[in-house]
Design a protein around this ligand. Structure first.
Ligand code: NI
Length: 267
């Protein structure tokens, strides 16, 4: 496990931009200058509820660095369960980890994913680089497509493995933008495609969190039999509102996150 939290995020970021080249353009658009760097609200990771790689196994990498468990979320239709983690150092990104509940999926999906996870060496899960280690298996394009027909989430992890699914700009910390509407307009003017599922902006000031996201980049992936271009990762934007006590809300809104998951849908 990493002992340096900044190094962990730097490595997650490098691994993410390698398949999400548009993220650098987003940074340039919103960050504007070197001292005006983009602060990340959170990152998100995906996994399966198998003993070997369940969300607690991913979370252990962050707990070891001082992160604490803060909230849990249920996504019935997508068959997902998630928790979020925060660090006492508020400048560090929150971490949102979800897992697909395989016991609620088809026998085909469960067996296929279980066989992939069995190929991960046990020691790889606690290694420094696990959270950005990609796949430890190979799937064919046909397997990917069959998984995709049942669960976009399962198909995505089968193709991309362990890596940040998205980074999220903290709109509150941007100097050149005040609202999420302004950020969205700048993104669209620059040619970015936004996720419109549930509207461009998910959430409201009443739930203390507004979120939007780009559609995932389309990036080549190496399947066992061919190379194909599929959705990789995306960039999210979050604006948080203060609670009655004046402190910014730090949790997530399940109804909004449910729609954000669709940023990696095939198109
Ligand atoms: Ni997110």
């Amino acid at each position: 496990m990493h002992t340096d939290v900044k190094e962990l995020f730097a490595n997650l970021w490098q691994n993410y931009v390698a398949v999400t080249p548009s993220a650098k353009n987003v940074h340039r658009l919103l960050g504007s200058s070197q001292q005006d760097d983009v602060i990340n609200d959170h990152i998100a990771l995906r996994t399966f509820n198998l003993e070997k790689v369940g969300l607690e196994k991913l979370a252990a990498h962050f707990i070891a660095l001082g992160y604490e468990e803060c909230g849990e979320y249920h996504f019935e239709a997508k068959k997902l369960y998630a928790k979020h983690y925060e660090h006492p150092d508020r400048s560090l990104p929150k971490v949102f980890i979800s897992e697909l509940l395989l016991d609620k999926c088809s026998v085909y999906l469960r067996d296929t994913i279980t066989a992939l996870v069995e190929q991960i060496p046990a020691e790889a899960v606690t290694a420094d680089n696990f959270l950005y280690s990609g796949t430890h298996w190979q799937v064919s394009q046909a397997t990917y497509e069959k998984l995709l027909a049942e669960s976009e989430y399962a198909a995505w992890v089968s193709a991309w493995g362990y890596r940040a699914n998205h980074f999220t700009v903290s709109v509150n910390d941007l100097h050149s933008f005040d609202t999420l509407e302004q950020v969205n307009t700048a993104l669209k003017d620059a040619g970015f495609l936004l996720n419109t599922s549930g509207g461009e902006i998910k959430g409201t000031p009443e739930v203390y969190l507004e979120q939007s996201s780009t559609l995932a980049d389309l990036h080549p992936v190496q399947f066992s039999d061919t190379v194909a271009t599929i959705p990789s990762c995306f960039y999210e934007f979050a604006r948080r509102y203060p609670l009655a006590n004046g402190v910014l809300y730090t949790g997530f809104v399940a109804a909004s996150a449910d729609k954000i998951f669709e940023s990696t849908n095939a198109r």
